[in-house]
Write a protein that binds this ligand. Structure first.
Ligand code: NAP
Ligand code: MG
Length: 404
């Protein structure tokens, strides 16, 4: 059989620990037998990031801007222990943070749904995709403790030196606390564009929620910017696609999401997205089944798994032990990226291959063969927990049949 040819390179960002091991297995066994893989390879493994003073991370993001699609392996975000372990020159920043800052993107997380693994909310039969605004609010705050007898005010000094003041609180008799937060229109606009474009791309309804009834200027600005961007740039396209955008209060969104069947994108402010993405991920089950894609407002895509490098498994693997690490979210990062490359370059065979790779993976799990994390959740009677190697071999066999 002739391998599927690619025209534009896919940006490949390799990573760390157990996911780096799995990465190679996926390429060797599931992709390269069928696709004449054309990637521009960047080694984001911590050793090479350290060797290049993290320049490789910046280069990989620039390449993504140039080519439009990337696939990324999980990477270590260094902390003090990692600086020691890898003898780092510096505590390098999170690669995901660096890449996101360069692409100005929004992260969309969605679970992979398989028969036999029922979410804690069983009516969630379709994935709920959470989009989190990753700029500002409490994540870039300024906070102070305030002693009794003090008065706290907001002061804005404009470019001519004029001051506008507003009282926060007069701390007459009790000590207290204050917090200053901000956001910027440009960032909110980018977020709105990424969200609305991704909804169009995936043909799903999208909700945005905030607390504008209480926060009449701050949250209301978010609501207004979403409405402006929607009306001016997306309304007609949404009508054509038969999908819906609506704004609602965050409380109402929570109530609606619980009662929904999924199949929607829920755009969240930074803090809501932080909390709700963990809640939704937990409700759907395994981290190994959670996908993640970074989408820039101008339509650049970077696919990855939502989980980390699975460090504990890696240390076992280093000792020569076999592990039952779930490769599914990483497989879907590859299939997502290859499908997107196929769409952009008009290579239908590449899109079909991506569909079959996903089907082979889901069929394998639904036939009862799965890694330990999934077996712990599955209610299939014939379920069997296997090592990563055996799981990948079973997928490869199914894929071979689908591709024949
Ligand atoms: P993690 O790698 O996601 O793993 C946490 C635990 O979740 C694992 O120990 C494992 O539980 C379970 N798990 C996660 N993915 C799994 C999979 N594919 N198959 C089976 N079990 C899975 O998070 P972490 O241990 O907090 O972080 C490890 C490293 O990853 C850190 O250096 C962190 O900086 C990095 N990280 C990177 C990214 C990214 O690149 N996007 C995201 C998060 C974290 P059991 O041990 O109980 O089996
Ligand atoms: Mg969180």
């Amino acid at each position: 059989m002739e391998k599927i040819k690619m025209t534009t390179p896919l940006v490949e960002m390799d990573g760390d620990e157990m996911t780096r091991v799995i990465w190679k297995m996926i390429k060797d066994e599931l992709i390269e037998p069928y696709v004449d893989l054309k990637t521009e390879y960047y080694d984001l493994g911590l050793e090479y990031r350290n060797e290049t003073n993290d320049q490789v991370t910046i280069d990989s993001a620039e390449a993504t801007k140039k080519y439009g699609v990337a696939v990324k392996c999980a990477t270590i975000t260094p902390n003090a222990a990692r600086v020691e372990e890898y003898k780092l020159k510096e505590m390098w920043k999170s690669p995901n943070g660096t890449i996101r800052a360069i692409l100005d993107g929004t992260v969309f997380r969605a679970p992979i749904i398989v028969k036999g693994i029922t979410p804690f909310i069983p009516t969630w039969t379709k994935p709920i995709t959470i989009a989190r605004h990753a700029y500002g609010d409490i994540y870039k705050n300024t906070e102070l403790k305030v002693p009794a007898g003090s008065k706290a005010e907001l002061v804005v000094t404009d470019k001519d030196g004029n001051e506008t003041r507003a009282l926060i609180h007069d701390f007459k008799s009790s000590d207290g606390i204050i917090q200053g937060v901000h956001n910027i229109d440009e960032s909110i606009k980018s977020f709105a564009r990424s969200c609305l474009s991704y909804a169009l791309d995936t043909k799903q309804d999208i909700w945005f929620a905030a607390k504008d009834t209480i926060s009449k200027t701050y949250d209301h600005r978010f609501k207004d910017i979403f409405a402006e961007v929607y009306e001016a740039e997306y309304k007609d396209k949404f009508n054509e696609a038969g999908i819906e955008y609506f704004y609602t209060l965050i409380d109402d969104a929570v109530a609606r999401i619980i009662r929904s069947n999924g199949g929607v994108i829920w755009a969240c402010k930074n803090y809501d997205g932080d909390v709700m993405s963990d809640m939704v991920a937990t409700a759907y089950g395994s981290l190994g089944l959670m996908t993640s894609v970074l989408v820039s407002p101008d339509g650049i895509y970077e696919y990855e798994a939502a989980h980390g490098t699975v460090q504990r498994h890696y240390y076992k693997w280093l000792k020569g032990e076999k592990t039952s690490t779930n490769p599914v979210a990483t497989i879907f990062a590859w299939s997502g990226a290859l499908r997107k490359r196929g769409e952009l370059d008009n290579i239908p065979d590449l899109c079909t291959y991506a569909d079959k790779l996903e089907k082979a993976t889901i069929d394998t799990i639904e036939s009862g063969i799965m890694t330990g994390d999934m077996a712990a959740l599955s209610n299939l009677e014939n379920k069997k927990s296997v090592y990563s190697e055996e799981f990948l071999a079973a997928i490869a066999k199914n894929l071979g049949e689908l591709m024949a």
